[in-house]
Design a protein around this ligand. Structure first.
Ligand code: NAD
Length: 252
């Protein structure tokens, strides 16, 4: 699965799954453009990637800001002369609360980042992909986009939307040489999962882990392998797909 001379843009690329994907694509020879909120983490990661011989760059952006996203696409094209793959990994979990207590402002914020943000990124890159008649988008959805996630109505709504947007856009662009797929992990060991533990409530994480038939959380590298597969020629007849990596959770 060589990505030699290909340019991969990863939103949310400075942490967790996006970060792991950056290293996997780099290993496969890609040039990597990271986009995230944190300038410091971005600069440090570019340095780390460059030490491995990879060409890398970073832009500080907020995916929910359409102007930031336009600038991200322009900077990536200017720096690396194009984009082959967009990985939409930027996302937030939002609070854990039962629906009657879930603050509407938090609900809106989760949708603003996970839904509008991802929409902004797809919308901004598609004209470039159309002009080349090729391109590949991998959206980070979740098993929470296919099934219930009690206590997280905002996140659940947002990830169901990501699955819907992936399927609809995949059908719109299939005949234009553009593939769009979603990767749907269950609980994966990243800062986002750690943030789900409220007030040192380790019982909550234990319960999540116990619900997984494999009795362990996913590793970011395992999800990154699936992202690389979805973006590669090894999956050339796959589009609009939801690739589930869940340790067996969805089959219970
Ligand atoms: N960790 C899990 O258990 C899990 C499970 C299923 C799906 N996912 C999804 O995978 C993706 C990556 O999650 P993760 O676990 O690596 O999380 P993470 O918190 O480790 O990383 C998310 C990254 O997104 C960035 N980000 C957040 N808001 C942003 C914004 N407005 N603009 C730009 N960047 C922003 C953060 O700064 C961070 O670097 C998310 O979309 C998440 O919903 C995660």
């Amino acid at each position: 699965m060589s990505f030699k001379d290909q340019v991969v843009l990863i939103t949310g690329g400075c942490s967790g799954i996006g970060r792991a994907a950056a290293f996997k694509f780099a290993q496969e020879g890609a040039k990597v453009f990271l986009a995230d909120l944190s300038e410091k983490a971005g600069d440090e990661l570019v340095e780390e990637l460059e030490k491995t011989g990879t060409e890398a760059a970073f832009a500080r952006i907020d995916v929910s800001d359409a102007e930031d996203v336009e600038r991200m696409i322009a900077e990536c094209i200017q720096r690396f002369d194009g984009i082959h793959v967009l990985v939409n990994s930027a996302g937030i979990l939002g609070p854990r609360a039962r629906t009657e207590r879930y603050p509407v402002e938090e609900f809106k914020k989760v949708l603003e980042v996970n839904v509008i943000g991802l929409f902004n990124c797809m919308q901004a890159v598609l004209p470039h992909f159309l002009s080349k008649k090729s391109g590949n988008i991998v959206n980070l959805a979740s098993v929470a986009g296919l099934n219930a996630f009690a206590g997280h109505i905002g996140y659940s709504a947002s990830k169901h939307a990501v699955v819907g947007m992936t399927r609809s856009a995949a059908v719109e662009y299939a005949k234009h040489g553009i593939r769009i797929n979603a990767v749907c992990p269950s609980f994966t060991l990243t800062p986002m999962l750690e943030s789900a533990m409220v007030n040192d409530d380790t019982n909550y994480l234990d319960a999540l882990q116990n619900a997984i038939p494999m009795k362990r959380f996913g590793k970011p590298e395992e999800i990154a392998d699936a992202i690389v597969y979805a973006a590669s020629s090894a999956s050339s007849f796959m589009t609009g797909h939801t690739l589930v990596l869940d340790g067996g959770l969805m089959t219970t």
